[in-house]
Design a protein around this ligand. Sequence first.
Ligand SMILES: Nc1ncnc2c1ncn2[C@@H]1O[C@H](COP(=O)(O)OP(=O)(O)O[C@H]2O[C@H](CO)[C@@H](O)[C@H](O)[C@H]2O)[C@@H](O)[C@H]1O
Length: 205
Amino acid sequence: MNKLTEVVMKPLQDSIYMKPLTMCFTLNGVQRTWDMLEVHDSVSVVIYNITRNVLVLVKQFRPAVYYGSIPTEEKKGKIDLTQYPAELGITVELCAGIVDKNLSLEEIAKEEVLEECGYNVPVSSFERIGSYRASVGTSGSVQTAYYCEVTDDMKVAAGGGVEDENIEVIEMSIQEIKKYISQNNILSPGSFLFGIYWFLYNKAK
Ligand SMILES: Nc1ncnc2c1ncn2[C@@H]1O[C@H](COP(=O)(O)OP(=O)(O)O[C@H]2O[C@H](CO)[C@@H](O)[C@H](O)[C@H]2O)[C@@H](O)[C@H]1O
């Protein structure tokens, strides 16, 4: 249960997570500009628990998804929290994290799986699925996706993230995930869909 109160929007100040920029350039003789955000690259992990044949996923409140769910005219002034509850911003995602440390991508993936989902997975068990570009209109950052298999024995902590992350670990069987992704309006990012379809095509039996 996520109780959301006191939502106030304000202009971005100095941020360690994103830097807004405008790129000025000439392409084929035409002068142009493009507004963008410099953000961290990231990793995401498709986790499959082979003890119980379930995908291990995370659920969390995403402020940007919440904000994007509110109609433009309702965004001005105070947001009516009875009409627009926290549930509008609660997503189902792959375990993921930003690349903000001087570690290999596999080491960052390992850390995220432990912090968010509570499984201790050896670095050598991460199979690289591939890299792709996120948010091509705004950031173009690189996300690298991995796959790992876990067993119940590898679960050493509850997960849930560090500090104020408030992450809920959930599990879905192959049948449940197929039903989830076949919905019309999915509260999940494209990177999640990519990872799940990759899993269903390459790994699911
Ligand atoms: N914009 C922001 N404002 C304030 N605090 C912030 C912030 N971004 C990160 N943080 C802080 O940094 C912490 C760690 O973030 P993570 O590394 O877990 O990335 P996250 O899972 O949010 O996004 C990962 O997963 C999603 C979904 O797959 C990808 O889109 C994304 O690129 C990837 O890093 C957050 O809990 C928060 O405290």
